[in-house]
Design a protein. Structure first.
Length: 101
């Protein structure tokens, strides 16, 4: 992939996550409109800079990843841990605020 495409991609991601915008977000409509226009235009520009051979190689890798088995046991364990932590946090908050009396 060309270095200038990588540099533009990093710039687009930096702009997307940056709190500093071309038009500040507190300006009604225009503040968000620049994000809705500039970021997709930047993504399309990066896409146009990537050689077709590189894109085809990435698509083949993605097709290979689609066939990988999923570990549902790990997903259930992680979701259970998060739910347990959420319930514990709510219980702690309720007792701290005196709602559990």
């Amino acid at each position: 992939m060309p270095w200038y495409a990588k540099l533009l991609a990093v710039g687009i991601v930096g702009y997307a996550f940056s709190p500093i915008d071309l038009i500040p977000d507190f300006i009604p409509v225009l503040g968000y409109l620049d994000d809705l226009v500039l970021i997709p235009l930047g993504i399309m520009a990066v896409r146009a800079m990537i050689p077709d051979a590189v894109l085809e190689e990435c698509r083949q890798r993605a097709r290979h990843l689609e066939r990988k088995p999923r570990n549902w046991t790990a997903a259930v364990i992680i979701v259970t841990i998060w739910l347990g932590l959420t319930v514990a946090a709510i219980y702690w908050l309720a007792s701290w605020l005196g709602w559990s009396d």
